[in-house]
Design a protein around this ligand. Structure first.
Ligand code: SF4
Length: 463
């Protein structure tokens, strides 16, 4: 549906007493499925044995009952899990996480959301020193750095690795006994800590904690490493925090019921819609969201404007994933399979609300669909600014040349998608709605956590 894509979700738990770690992590992963649909994996340990199962596919495709059974250690106490989306060409089984390595710290498992922007020079240095890599993922650079820091305890080694690595990342790390959570000093990617009757849990988003039976305690602080060792929760502020969390988590990625860094995603989306009305009102009869991504902002726009909110588009919940089709006609049918207009738009002037426009191709099809269904006018309102730059911190926004706003003015985009008017929410409007300083680099090109040396996104695919 031509949306930016989150690249990963992470989840981990540590329990005082034996627990069905694999079963709980499987449940929690289902709550993070929206953060990655191409691979899933779980690692568990009982203090002696360390097991990992991972593969390409959705969580429920990878974790059949038979596969979960292989992970069910009777005395299991800790584990981490991962769900992944990857850039084109790198959706390979050996990149599925958790990645593992046998090191002086014992067997290490790592699950990572985000990107290390200096992974390539670090990888080159490690190669010169004789290291070998099993994957093409930047995550393995951290794993090999940890292996080299054999003279330090695992939490000290994790802190030292944080001092060496740059970029936007949230990482879960485990050996047979200790579970660690790390967040970059800008806190670009989310990571939350929860408390359960049996111990502690970490997750990309709070709804996953709830499925583990844990309640949200707090966010892992930017620049902090938190670990659970022999039942004790410990923390070290490794780097000074300079918070700049990803605005897109609130605009689109995070589940609407997620509370991130103190701001609920749904409430922020509603406020974005209210801000959007203040900045760009339209003469119209009703407000229609592009489901599901535009719903929160449409509620806000309708509330602020006093216009009725109508579901003018039906989203087929059973459409599933379809693959890119070569002809224009088939691409149109693909959109039609997922979305179709309802009678609500006939003879009406419609304000159509979506959270973002990436390439503009789907937006164009939706506008045409509404007009064919009898909408008199379609005024397109977008609850984020135009995306002009790629993301280097774990989001696939498409290459710069594919971003319609990198090449075209707002008026040119309006003409391309065939809307009667078009407006985007300002950066200031996004900041006000979220209520905190945030990363807006894909809108303004100001990257808080650096960019990779070679600039382009696939530089992060290391081989
Ligand atoms: S560049 Fe955009 S998508 Fe990437 S972290 Fe910043 S706000 Fe999020």
């Amino acid at each position: 549906m031509d949306k930016p894509r989150e690249e990963c979700g992470v989840l981990g738990l540590w329990s005082e007493s034996p627990l069905d770690v694999a079963g709980l992590l499987h449940l929690g992963l289902l709550a993070l499925q929206h953060r990655g649909q191409e691979a899933a994996g779980i690692a568990v340990s009982d203090g002696q044995t360390f097991l990992v199962e991972k593969d390409l596919g959705l969580v429920n495709q990878v974790f059949t009952e038979e596969r979960l059974q292989k992970l069910r250690l009777p005395e299991a106490r800790l584990g981490i899990a991962h769900t992944r989306y990857s850039t084109t060409g790198s959706n390979l089984r050996f990149n599925a996480q958790p990645l593992t390595a046998r090191t002086a710290h014992g067997v290490l498992g790592i699950a990572h959301n985000g990107n290390f922007t200096n992974a390539k020079p670090l990888r080159d240095r490690l190669l010169q020193e004789g290291a070998t890599f099993q994957s093409t993922s930047d995550t393995e650079v951290m794993l090999l750095l940890l292996a080299r820091l054999a003279h330090l305890s695992l939490p000290e080694a994790a802190a030292e690795a944080m001092r060496l690595l740059e970029g936007g990342y949230s990482v879960l790390l485990m050996n047979r006994k200790i579970l660690l959570a790390l967040r970059d000093p800008h806190g670009v990617r989310p990571l939350v800590l929860g408390k359960a009757p049996w111990g502690y849990a970490f997750a990309s988003e709070p709804p996953a904690l709830e499925l583990l039976g844990a309640t949200y305690l707090r966010d892992v602080r930017p620049g902090e490493v938190v670990w659970v060792e022999e039942g004790e929760l410990k923390s070290l502020q490794v780097l000074p925090p300079a918070p700049s969390p990803c605005a897109f988590e609130w605009i689109y990625f995070a589940r609407p019921d997620s509370l991130l860094d103190g701001t609920e995603a749904y409430a922020a989306r509603v406020r974005m819609g209210e801000e959007l009305f203040r900045e760009a009102p339209a003469e119209a009869d009703l407000v229609v969201p592009v489901p599901d991504s535009g719903i929160g902002a449409a509620v806000g726009y309708a509330r602020a404007s006093g216009l009725p909110l109508e579901f003018g588009l039906y989203k087929n919940p059973y459409a599933g994933r379809t693959f890119i089709q070569p002809t224009q006609e088939l691409r149109d049918l693909k959109t039609r399979l997922k979305l179709s207009p309802t009678g609500a738009v006939k003879g009406k002037r419609v304000v159509l609300i979506d959270d973002s426009i990436v390439r503009g191709t789907t937006s164009r099809r939706i506008v045409r669909m509404l007009k064919e269904a009898g909408a008199l006018e379609v005024h397109f309102r977008v609850s984020s600014p135009p995306i002009r730059f790629p993301c280097y911190y774990g989001i696939d926004t498409a290459a710069r040349k594919e971003l319609i706003a990198a090449e075209k003015s707002v008026e040119e985009i309006r003409a391309y998608i065939g809307a009667d008017s078009l407006a985007f929410l300002s950066e200031e409007g996004v900041r006000r709605a979220i209520g905190r300083p945030v990363c807006l680099a894909c809108f303004n090109g100001r990257y808080p956590a650096g960019v990779p040396e070679e600039g382009e996104k696939l530089a992060l695919e290391l081989f």
